[in-house]
Design a protein around this ligand. Structure first.
Ligand code: SF4
Length: 307
């Protein structure tokens, strides 16, 4: 949950989540809809699907017990080399390295390695360095945690705290005066645009028309108000058949995800032909489903209309 999500937001969701799914077995036995519902509001729903798939695989292949071997951990859905290293070293005390962005920055500065962080040579070099350190360490879990923490709090990308760094006397970047340029800035990946026309349709009881997204792609299997979308520029101009007769544009906003800039036009429509898979849901029903933050914003727009 904490991966790319603020601690304050996770704190609201963590307890209810583990109360609802108190064991690997209960998570494995839950429907994807229930898991996405409990995750709702945290974003990055791929993590919830992976966690769910991981629980199922642990029940199916490991009798419900998390394996300790890094290779077996990495064979589980959603667990890569970093997470496997963190689990093996911090939870099971095994001599396994880990490299995340923070650790990589610390190692690069300690050795004044100015390689691009996305470069496979730099990644390989960092893992070898990290492996050497855990080999020499008396407590691999504490060592890994210390490197991560040093990178998160002292050896930060900007406003670097070299004056309070316990490794300052052995830091080559500090000696060379290159701490600001090592590691070099990442080239920015261009985010793709997506244009969405979403239609708010409400019945006399204040329920909202909803549909489920396809399983694949952005916000897979999550729920939304009827929405048409496309990559085309400019924004699609929906026809009456798509957004309903007499539909009125009520608000536009931009929502950003890791890889996408999603431009929403929100319409309101009073006469609508309900299509297969669409149904009116109350807010209580919607709260139990997986609904993206962008769709929650559309619901708030609908709330404002009613009040
Ligand atoms: S001395 Fe500065 S650059 Fe070197 S590891 Fe410490 S905080 Fe990072």
């Amino acid at each position: 949950m904490l991966q790319q999500t603020q601690v304050s937001r996770v704190l609201e969701k963590f307890e209810p989540f583990v109360e609802r799914f108190p064991s690997i077995e209960s998570l494995a036995a839950a429907s994807e809809e229930a898991v996405l519902g409990a995750w709702s509001g945290l974003g990055y729903y791929r993590r919830a699907r992976m966690l769910h798939g991981c629980a199922k695989a642990i029940v199916e292949h490991h009798d419900g017990v998390i394996p300790r071997d890094v290779g077996e951990l990495m064979a589980l859905p959603g667990i890569g080399r970093y997470t496997a290293g963190a689990m093996a070293s911090m939870v099971f005390g095994m001599r396994e390295p880990l490299v995340d962005g923070n650790v990589m920055r610390v190692l690069q500065r300690l050795h004044n390695n100015a390689g691009q962080q996305m470069d496979s040579t730099t990644i390989k070099w960092a893992w070898e360095r990290a492996a050497g350190l855990v080999e020499a360490s008396g407590d691999p879990g504490a060592l890994n945690e210390s490197l991560m923490e040093l990178g998160a709090t002292v050896c930060t990308p900007k406003r670097i705290g070299c004056d309070r760094c316990p490794l300052a006397d052995r830091c080559e970047a500090l000696k060379a005066g290159t701490t600001e340029s090592v590691p070099p800035p990442k080239p920015r990946a261009k985010r793709r645009e997506l244009f969405c026309a979403s239609v708010l349709v409400m019945d006399d009881d204040g329920r909202v028309l909803f549909e489920q997204r396809p399983a694949e792609g952005l916000w897979g299997n999550m729920w939304q108000v009827p929405t048409i979308e496309g990559d085309d520029r400019p924004a699609p101009t929906p026809t009456a058949a798509e957004v309903g007769e007499g539909a009125e544009l009520i608000e536009s906003f931009v929502h950003q995800t890791t890889h996408r800039i999603v431009r929403f036009d929100v319409y309101r429509c009073d006469s609508w032909d309900i299509q297969d898979g669409q149904r009116f849901l109350s807010m209580d029903e919607i709260d139990s489903l997986g609904v993206s933050n962008a769709q929650r914003r559309i619901l708030r727009i609908g709330d404002t209309l009613l009040s």
